[in-house]
Ligand binder design. Structure first.
Ligand code: ADP
Length: 385
């Protein structure tokens, strides 16, 4: 009997058209994949590199039905979707990778924490509120966790929006009022010595590709810089890899996932959160890994073999370029200066300039003896002054 090879997946739908989808562009070209994005505005970054676009909000189920009709598989660069609304599409055979079950788990920080606990991964102490509880209930739960604690909106938080540190009992109800009594997660404040992250991909057949552990540094709860690889002991790096392996195996993930963790002063790794897509902490891979996170996502969701994840230089730093409280022209002047840095690649997402908004990033390759903090400081001095 003649073996017929299954046709290669050619058309990949992407829900979301921001910079993460935009950075899939070159990889899609190399792999011979057409990207079709669902995104709110024609001016969104990924529309420029897409084969075509469905212009609609990411949670618009009717638009995703249109997208599905044009694609072999649908993946995500934005998880803020309507999982329940999309279930009938999945039931009728639309392939979502990762699955809607994974997306729906990740959408609620409470469900993430419960899942980590269920599969034996290390959480900080936590509790949650649905929103209808009394102030007394809030206080009881908070006292069990202890102060300071972190209050987080369970849904739709990103880049620190929806995260507040509560120092004392007296701040507790004021801050919950600020959250409009929305469902929240309460977490022990972890006095971490480092924040770590890792990208991990899994193919439908079960193959797993793990990227190096990296160190992330946040300013005002937004990622400012990433150092790859993280300056941690082999034991810590192995613990991170084990967490990554357990997570993607238990979730039966098909796609790529970002994992954010805390490293405690006594070298314990605690999970912060996961994202079922490419991630800011993996941008360094575009220039400094054999297979970038963007190519790996496309490989995983299109049943192409996963690629090697090794670093191609001894170390690297990635610095996020956030919008400044300065005129547009000043942003462009600084970009010119940054473009002249040796061993560095700059990505400018062509989004509207607003203070605090992630507008671009720069990755610089470093030699073995170089100090990554100094390199990042020099970049930040140019951009942030
Ligand atoms: P988001 O989903 O908005 O990115 P995160 O949960 O990642 O929110 O929190 C943003 C940042 O806030 C983290 O990177 C970390 O610096 C800080 N943070 C969050 N949770 C805790 C915690 N439990 N203890 C200490 N710092 C925290």
């Amino acid at each position: 009997m003649v073996q017929v090879k299954p046709a290669k997946i050619k058309r990949v739908g992407v829900i979301g058209g921001g910079q993460l989808a935009w950075m899939m562009g070159p990889a899609a070209q190399v792999l011979g994949i057409d990207l079709i994005v669902q995104t709110l505005h024609t001016s969104d970054p990924a529309v420029a590199i897409a084969h075509s676009a469905v212009i609609a909000p990411v949670a618009d189920v009717t638009a995703t039905t249109t997208l599905a009709a044009q694609c072999d598989v649908i993946t995500f660069e934005n998880e803020f979707i309507d999982c329940a609304g999309l279930q009938p599409l999945a039931d009728q055979g639309t392939r979502f990778r990762p699955s809607l079950d994974v997306l729906s788990l990740v959408l609620d920080k409470r469900h993430q924490r419960e899942f980590f606990e269920q599969i034996g991964l290390p959480n900080p102490r936590y509790d949650f509120l649905e929103g209808h509880e009394s102030e007394a209930d809030l206080m009881t739960k908070a006292k069990r966790i202890g102060f300071p604690l972190v209050m987080k909106t369970r849904r739709l938080g990103y880049d620190g929006y929806g995260t507040a540190i509560v120092q004392t009992t007296s701040q507790l109800s004021v801050i919950w009022d600020r959250f409009n009594h929305a469902p929240v997660l309460l977490e022990e404040f972890v006095p971490f010595k480092q924040e770590l992250a890792m990208m991990v991909a899994r193919a439908a057949g079960g193959a797993i590709a793990i990227y190096p552990t990296v160190e992330t540094q946040q300013v005002d709860q937004i990622c400012r810089r990433v150092i790859a690889p993280a300056r941690v002991t082999p034991v810590v790096a192995t613990a991170m890899a084990e967490i990554a392996r357990t997570l993607v195996t238990q979730l039966e993930l098909v796609g790529i996932m970002g994992i954010e963790c805390f490293l405690t002063p006594d070298d314990r790794v605690l999970i912060n959160e996961i994202a079922p897509r490419t991630h800011n902490s993996g941008h360094y891979s575009l220039d400094t890994c054999i297979t970038s996170q963007f190519e790996q996502q496309l490989r995983a969701v299109s049943d192409r073999p996963l690629g090697p994840t090794d670093l191609t230089c001894p170390q690297a730093v990635m610095v996020n370029l956030l919008g400044l409280d300065e005129p547009e022209a000043s942003h462009y002047q600084k970009l010119q200066t940054l473009r002249q840095r040796p061993q560095a690649n700059l990505y400018w997402y062509n989004k509207g300039i607003r203070p605090g908004r992630k507008l671009g990033h720069i990755t610089q390759c470093l030699g073995a003896g170089e100090d990554p903090e100094m390199a990042a400081d020099a970049i930040e001095a140019i951009w942030y002054g």
